[in-house]
Design a protein around this ligand. Sequence first.
Ligand SMILES: Cc1cc2nc3c(=O)[nH]c(=O)nc-3n(C[C@H](O)[C@H](O)[C@H](O)COP(=O)(O)OP(=O)(O)OC[C@H]3O[C@@H](n4cnc5c(N)ncnc54)[C@H](O)[C@@H]3O)c2cc1C
Ligand code: SF4
Length: 480
Amino acid sequence: MQAVPSEFLAIDRKERANKPYYDLDLRPPEIRTCDFDAVVIEFNAERAMLEAGRCIHCPDPAPCMEACPTHNDIPSAMWLIEQGKFVEAAQLYHQNSSLPELCGRVCPHEQLCQGSCVLNKTQEPVLTGELEAFAVDYERRSAGYIIPLGTPTGKKVAVIGAGPAGLACADTLVQKGYEVTIFESKPAPGGLLVYGIPNFKLPKEVWFEKWGEFERAGVKFIPNTYIGKDKTIDELFNEGFEAVFVGVGSELDAPMENTPGTDLPGVYQATDFLIRGNVTKKLLPDSMKEPVKIGKRVVVIGGGDTASDCLRTALRLGADEVTCLYRRTEKEMPGGRKDRKMARDEGARYRFLTQPVKFIAGEEGNLVAVECIEMVLGEPDAKGRRKPVPVPNSNFSIACDTAILALGYWPDPIISKSTPDLETHDWGLVTVKNKATGATSRAGVFSGGDCVTGPDIVVTAMVAGRNAGFAIDEYLKNKK
Ligand SMILES: Cc1cc2nc3c(=O)[nH]c(=O)nc-3n(C[C@H](O)[C@H](O)[C@H](O)COP(=O)(O)OP(=O)(O)OC[C@H]3O[C@@H](n4cnc5c(N)ncnc54)[C@H](O)[C@@H]3O)c2cc1C
Ligand code: SF4
């Protein structure tokens, strides 16, 4: 239900729908590719009020609220921002979201809230994501935000993985009075918010300011602890944790099969490349401290958002020619259009219907070229996607000294292997018995985020973590 019901607002919707639209302010491509700073220039108060004033306040439930996976009360927040009541708007976002200023920045808005805005029919949608980030940043930087703590229950819950799912579960549980400890295999909390999404899309200082809220709420963080190897879920129960949330993501790079040369110096997996290329040394695990060696000619293989992130990182690391190779056409690409446009504006090129078949070494054993074959689109597969088919004798070579494989992600099987009775499926995704709660086959073990769904997005992982938090509360309240 909307906090500010649309039907009671005395506004001229036609006049609002015809207000001029100003696109997001971006730093110019030739400047932004010289550093890793944010590309989007944040709204100031005046700009935010102007933009929020374009909302025509659709009747409840507004399409943007329905399209948002966490059902933020966007029209009410727009009204409050338009009136200059930024802190009140931020408070609305906290009601449904554990990470609003991060979702506001990284959600694929054009497929979610903004994509469903009725203004799309006649002009441009309201920039709801950026307004969410503005309001919550404003609150954090002025009044500050304190996670409201519940009455202590005296019960302890362990969260495995400090990504969006684990963080949202922790946020929900401390608000219910539980003592929460997050076990994380990496040195810093954040999951892919730190060790994946590049700084130019999500500045790390925003996340670390946000992390302060979790610390002040008493969430304990145990870094460099790999559950399944350093200790097991059974050991966590023996230590007195009464429930466990598994939010370990899906972070193993999918291998490029049947392609000789993927082990050559100069060929990188996307995760390794993005982490070593984007994250400051002090936050890197020891095994990743050596900087990436980037060449002048770089190819990135894949068609998702990770491929766009690799292209844009390579340009910032100093590559001259950066080309994406994708085996289907642009129409079939899974990655978002917005990221692809930014990559193109920054100088990345795309070559479609192209499949690498071999990475070629030069005299010194380093990568010097990739042999490819041309493809055509054949019949649709079971999912309706047209299958790429090689064109016989169409092989050709592209000179390159760095290749980055961005082919998707698989879950890490270590948790399931080390936890008896925890059911998994499809290469190790955790099976949840009830999607709404994240309850698994093991009593007291809940799960959510990418380790359940496979690679998805921040907001869906966050929602899964929150839902599991509420379910753990119910479980522990009813546990005999
Ligand atoms: C390069 C890249 C760019 C992306 N860009 C976007 C974007 O722009 N917008 C968007 O919405 N989404 C984006 N995503 C997807 C998004 O980041 C993920 O969907 C989201 O982070 C999933 O959250 P999660 O908590 O399930 O997992 P993760 O964020 O992966 O967090 C899991 C955490 O668990 C830890 N862990 C793993 N195994 C163990 C273990 N055994 N013991 C202890 N800790 C463990 C990991 O180190 C990690 O910190 C991107 C993903 C990638 C890879
Ligand atoms: S959480 Fe994402 S989808 Fe929902 S309003 Fe914010 S930016 Fe839009």
